[in-house]
Design a protein around this ligand. Structure first.
Ligand code: IVH
Length: 676
C-alpha cells in the first residue's frame, strides 16, 4: 500500500515530538505537557503504524514496550574491551593512585579528575549507528557480553535515537543500568505479597531485570541508566576531556550523573569523596563509592591500561555495608501492638563503622525462606539509618546444623497465646495491655517526640517504671510520678527527676491530633490522626462515632474504622482516656488560622490529568499551605493528584509507591487538615 505523503510527515513529526517529551520527562525530570497529551500523541503514532506497518522502525518510540521472548541471549563481542576499575579502599590508596598518575605523566601540577558516583548496577554498552540505537549489551567478561537490545529499549531514559546532530557515525556509549532504591523496595514488597522470591539488593534486582529473556518483564521494572564512558567511536570525535565528552552526549539526550564534577588534585578528590559520602543515603539510588578518572583523554591514552583496569581511573570505595558474622540466637520481640518479631542475636561485627549485635529477621516465613538457623554464619547488611537485616546464610562446609527455628506459641513476656493476623504473616500477642512488653511500648510511643513529646522519658526509664510496677498506663505518668519517687530510680538524680516532672507537666498542653496519635491505636499514624482531628474537631464526637461515620473520614477504610470503633468501646481504654483527661491533658478545640500556612510544609505534590479547577489555582492553594508543587513524579513525591485522563505519571507514581489522590481525595486531605 502506498503511504500518503501527509501520513509520512505526520509520523515523522509525532516521533520527534514524542522523543522530545520523553527526554523532558525521563532525563530532565521536567515535563512540558500533561501526561494525557503525551499519551494521545503516542496512541496516534501507534494507530498510524498499525495501518502502515512498513513504517515501523526500531527507533520508533512505540518500540519500547517489550518484544517476543528470546530463547537465549546472543553473544556480543566488544571491540573496545569493557574494563574494570582498580579500587582504593582507603585514603592512602587514593593518594598512591594520584602519585602514580603524576609520576607516569611526569607532571608536577595537580591533575584534573572527572569525579562521579560509583553506581551499584550493571555496566552496559549502547551502540548507536547514525544516531540510532542498534544494540545494547552487557559487560559479560569484558570481551564478550550478552545482547540485551530488546531489554535496554524498554528503559525509558535511554534514547532510541540521539537528538540534535554531529554524532560520530558509530558511537558506543557506556554506563550503568541501575534500579533506584524506591523502585527496588516496591518491587520486593510486591514480590513478598505474592509469595515470590525477593532480590537481596538493588544491584541484583537490576541485573535480574535486564537479563530477562522476556522483555515484557523488563519493561515493568523501574530501571534507569547513566552514561559514564565510551566504547567504539568512528566517523567523528567527541571532545578532549572525559567530562566534556560526557556533557556532549548529554546534549544528544543521554542521561548522565548530575553529580559529575571536575576536581583538582588529591585534595579535590578527597573533598568530593567526603561530600558524596555525607549525602550517600539521601541519593535515590545505591552507590558503593566514587570513581575518579583523569579528565584529559590525551593523558588517559598515555597512561594506558594495566591488565584489565585502566591506569587513569580508580574507584574509591566506601566501607562495605555487608559483613559476615555468626548467628548466636533468635530472640522474640513484642511490639507496641503485640506484633511478634524474631530478632537475630549476632556475634558483634562492625558494618561500615558501626557495631551490629542485633538484626531483624522480619517473620517466621522469612526465616524459613532463607533457611536461617542458629549457629550459621550469616551476612548482615546495614544501609543508612535502616535497621540491620540478615540478608542470607553463608553456605556452611560442615553438614551438621542446628534444627529449624520454631516460633513459640505463647508470648515470652506474658504467656498469652500468639495469634495470626488477618494476613496470616504477622503473629501477635493476644495479651493487650496485660502484656508488660506491650505496655512498655505503648508508654514509649505515648511519650515519643511526635506524640506527647515528653523529653527525658527514655526507653530504659520506661522499662524500669513498668518493671517496678510504678506505671501501668500512660495516665499513670501524670497521676503516680513525683520528683522524690523518680529520684530514687537508677541513673536518676534530683535534677533530672525534676526536669522530667516539668516535661511531663508541659506535655499536658497538646493538640487533638497528637493526642490521638499518642494513643497508639492500630493503623492510626500521624496523618490519620490529623484527618480524624480535622473531621471530628473534638474527642467526644470521635469516641462515640459509629462505623459509618468513621468511614466518611478521608483516607479511612473499613479496617481502620474497625480498629477505632473497637478501641473506643473497650472498657479499659475508656478508663485510660478518662484518667488522661482528668490528669489535665488538654488542647485547643479548633485549629488556629495562622497555623494553616505550614500545614503541608515539606510535602511535595504533583498534579496530573484534567482537574475541575484551574491547575494554577490549586497550585497556589497548596503552596499557601506550605507544600511544594512539582512537575514530575519522583521518589520524593508525597502525593500525586490525578484528574481525568491521567497518563504515565500515574504509572510512575504507582511504581514508586507514591500515594495517589483523586480530586475528592485532595479535598478530603485539605478538609482533614482544616484547610478547606
Ligand atoms: S568506569 C574504564 N564509572 O564499576 C572504566 N564504572 O568496577 C570502566 N561503575 O563495570 C568503568 N559507576 O559497572 C565507571 N561512574 C562509573 C561507574 C562505574 C559504576 C561500575 C561499572 C564497572 C565497574 C568497575
Amino acid at each position: 500500500m502506498q503511504v500518503p505523503l501527509a501520513t509520512l510527515e505526520r509520523v515523522h513529526e509525532l516521533r520527534n515530538q514524542i522523543d522530545q517529551h520523553n527526554y523532558h520527562y525521563y532525563v530532565l525530570d521536567d515535563p512540558l505537557i500533561p501526561d494525557s497529551e503525551f499519551d494521545r500523541l503516542l496512541s496516534e503514532l501507534q494507530e498510524l503504524e498499525a495501518c502502515y506497518p512498513e513504517l515501523i522502525t526500531p527507533d520508533s518510540p512505540t518500540q519500547r514496550v517489550g518484544a517476543q521472548p528470546l530463547e537465549y541471549f546472543a553473544e556480543v563481542l566488544h571491540k573496545v574491551p569493557m574494563l574494570s576499575l582498580s579500587n582504593a579502599l582507603n585514603d592512602q590508596e587514593l593518594e598512591d593512585f594520584d602519585r602514580r598518575v603524576r609520576e607516569r605523566l611526569e607532571v608536577a601540577f595537580p591533575i584534573i579528575y572527572a569525579a562521579e558516583p560509583k553506581l551499584d548496577g550493571l555496566a552496559v554498552n549502547l551502540r548507536y549507528e547514525s544516531g540510532v540505537l542498534v544494540q545494547g549489551a552487557t559487560r559479560g567478561d569484558g570481551i564478550t557480553g550478552e545482547d540485551v537490545t530488546q531489554n535496554v529499549r524498554t528503559i525509558p531514559s535511554i534514547p532510541l535515537r540521539l537528538m540534535g546532530s554531529g554524532w560520530p557515525e558509530v558511537l558506543e556509549v557506556r554506563g550503568e543500568v541501575y534500579m533506584p532504591t524506591a523502585g527496588f523496595r516496591k518491587l520486593n514488597l510486591d514480590a513478598l505479597a505474592k509469595g515470590e522470591k525477593t532480590f537481596a539488593n538493588p544491584r541484583n534486582a537490576a541485573a535480574g531485570s535486564l537479563r530477562q529473556l522476556d522483555s515484557r518483564i523488563t519493561t515493568q521494572r523501574p530501571l534507569e541508566f547513566v552514561c559514564y564512558g565510551f566504547g567504539e567511536l568512528s566517523g567523528g570525535d567527541l571532545a578532549s576531556t572525559h567530562s566534556a565528552a560526557v556533557h556532549k552526549v548529554a546534549a544528544w539526550g543521554m542521561p548522565i550523573s548530575p553529580e559529575l564534577q571536575s576536581v583538582a588534585g588529591l585534595s579535590g578528590c578527597r573533598r568530593y569523596f567526603d561530600a558524596i559520602n555525607e549525602r550517600r543515603f539521601e541519593l535515590d539510588y545505591e552507590i558503593d563509592g566514587v570513581v575518579f578518572k583523569v579528565d584529559s583523554l590525551q593523558h588517559q591514552r598515555s597512561l594506558g591500561t594495566l591488565s584489565r583496569a585502566p591506569r587513569w581511573a580508580v574507584a574509591r570505595k566506601f566501607p562495605p555495608q555487608e559483613e559476615a558474622t555468626r548467628l548466636l540466637g533468635i530472640d522474640i520481640q513484642v511490639g507496641r501492638t503485640g506484633a511478634i518479631t524474631p530478632v537475630a542475636r549476632l556475634e558483634p561485627v562492625s558494618v561500615a563503622g558501626v557495631t551490629v549485635t542485633n538484626a531483624t529477621l522480619h517473620n517466621a516465613d522469612e526465616i524459613r525462606r532463607k533457611d536461617i538457623r542458629v549457629g550459621d554464619r550469616v551476612i548482615v547488611r546495614r544501609a543508612g539509618d535502616v535497621i540491620p537485616q540478615v540478608v542470607r546464610v553463608v553456605p556452611q562446609d560442615s553438614g551438621t546444623r542446628e534444627p529449624e527455628f520454631v516460633m513459640p506459641s505463647h508470648c515470652p513476656e506474658c504467656q498469652s497465646e500468639l495469634i495470626r493476623d488477618g494476613d496470616g504473616v504477622v503473629l501477635r500477642c493476644s495479651g493487650g495491655l496485660f502484656c508488660p512488653a506491650q505496655r512498655k511500648e505503648a508508654i514509649k510511643h505515648f511519650a515519643s517526640r511526635r506524640a506527647l513529646d515528653i523529653e527525658g522519658l527514655g526507653d530504659k526509664l520506661v522499662d524500669q517504671l513498668v518493671d517496678k510496677g510504678l506505671v501501668e498506663s500512660p495516665a499513670d505518668l501524670y497521676l503516680k510520678l513525683n520528683p522524690e519517687l523518680l529520684a530514687g530510680l537508677e541513673r536518676m538524680g534530683p535534677k533530672s527527676a525534676k526536669n522530667l516532672c516539668d516535661a511531663i507537666e508541659k506535655s499536658k498542653t497538646t493538640t487533638l491530633a497528637r493526642f490521638l496519635y499518642a494513643l497508639g491505636i492500630r493503623e492510626v499514624g500521624e496523618s490519620t490522626a490529623h484527618s480524624l482531628a480535622g473531621f471530628f474537631g473534638n474527642l467526644q464526637a470521635l469516641t462515640t462515632a459509629e462505623r459509618e461515620t468513621l468511614l466518611q473520614v478521608p483516607d479511612i477504610g473499613p479496617i481502620v474504622a474497625d480498629h477505632l470503633y473497637t478501641f473506643f468501646r473497650q472498657q479499659h481504654n475508656q478508663e485510660v482516656l478518662d484518667d488522661l483527661l482528668a490528669a489535665g491533658i488538654s488542647w485547643k478545640e479548633v485549629d488556629q488560622p495562622e497555623a494553616k500556612q505550614t500545614l503541608l510544609a515539606g510535602k511535595t505534590l504533583v498534579l496530573t490529568g484534567t482537574l475541575s479547577r484551574p491547575r494554577a489555582e490549586i497550585k497556589e492553594q497548596l503552596q499557601a499551605l506550605g507544600a511544594k508543587v512539582s512537575g514530575s513524579v519522583s521518589a520524593k513525591t508525597d502525593y500525586l493528584v490525578v484528574g481525568t485522563d491521567a497518563g504515565s505519571k500515574l504509572d510512575k507514581a504507582q511504581n514508586l509507591g507514591v500515594t495517589v489522590l483523586d480530586e475528592s481525595g485532595l479535598e478530603a486531605l485539605l478538609r482533614s487538615i482544616g484547610a478547606a
